[in-house]
Design a protein around this ligand. Structure first.
Ligand code: FNR
Length: 269
């Protein structure tokens, strides 16, 4: 998306439910914006593609454009210019290196990206399809909503017996059930930390495999394998290894680029 208000005029439209598309919300009016030529000034004319809740006339749309442009001038970023990433650690351990890796990612996120960590997968019951058919438990609904609300996901997976942890698989299983499973089309970054030399490589490939079925859009490279984790984090769980910080920063930039690319593709399709 080109920076709003600098390289073109904006358009605003009632937001679709297309996953992964950012939106600007104002009260009960939800607007999308993009770059497109404005039609001739016809204040009386209602815009044909505007749905019920959008600004009804061109004048109202111009006013909304102006407001967004002013926000940008004073440094208030509208939702769409920020990539909202949801981080999920596959470990429940307090001193988890994977949870620490997510906190490092929060520090290293490129400009324009925020990373919120979903820390409730320990509340999920063991997956039971009989329970699911009665309705998703609140913890599962919370996870599904958080995934839906994110532009991209970032997983930090431990390696348990050459695969992902049971709690992470359980979380993915809960989130993945119909209706509208939220992984479809979602940009996804993966990293992982373990004590072993391979740094969760085997678990990461299992995780990638899950997202083939779920139609997630996993970033291919760079891959972030944090082997020998106890030597790379300090006693407070801060990632201190410079090489790992560098590759993690590159992966996060890659995730931002990948997410923007997919958003642009969704906007033009
Ligand atoms: C492990 N660990 C481990 N490490 C590894 O490199 N390959 C493996 O297959 C396994 N398997 C395994 C199974 C189980 C049940 C446990 C508990 C541990 C070690 C693991 O990588 C290490 O404990 C990490 O520190 C776990 O991640 P967190 O909790 O620090 O995020």
């Amino acid at each position: 998306m080109q920076p709003f208000g600098r390289h073109g005029r904006c358009w605003l439209a009632a937001v679709s439910s297309h996953p992964g598309r950012g939106s600007f919300s104002g009260g009960d009016v939800r607007l999308e914006r993009g770059v497109a030529p404005l039609p001739p000034h016809r204040p009386d004319r209602r815009f044909p593609r505007m749905g019920g809740n959008g600004p009804a006339t061109i004048d109202q749309r111009r006013a909304a454009c102006t407001l967004l442009a002013r926000n940008e001038e004073v440094g208030v970023m509208a939702d769409e210019s920020v990539l909202k990433v949801l981080g999920i650690s596959g470990s429940l351990r307090k001193g988890s290196y994977n949870s620490a890796a997510l906190r490092a990612a929060q520090e290293l996120a490129p400009a324009g990206m925020t990373i919120d960590i979903f820390d409730r997968i320990g509340e999920l019951p063991l997956y039971d399809d009989d329970v699911r058919q009665q309705g998703f438990p609140p913890s599962a609904e919370a996870l599904r909503d958080a995934i839906r609300g994110a532009d991209a996901l970032l997983f930090a997976t431990p390696e348990y017996n050459y695969s992902i942890s049971g709690v992470l698989k359980n979380a993915i299983d809960w989130a993945s059930r119909p209706p509208e499973q939220p992984f479809a089309g979602k940009p996804i970054g993966i990293m992982g930390a373990s004590g072993g030399v391979l740094g969760t490589a085997r678990a990461q490939y299992h995780l990638r495999q899950c997202f083939i079925f779920l139609d997630g859009r996993v970033l291919n490279r760079p891959e972030v394998f944090i082997g020998g984790a106890p030597q790379k984090f300090d006693a407070d769980g801060r990632l201190t290894d410079e090489g790992t910080r560098k590759i993690m920063g590159e992966m996060l930039q890659g995730l931002a680029d990948w997410t923007n690319l997919l958003k642009r593709g969704a906007a033009t399709s």
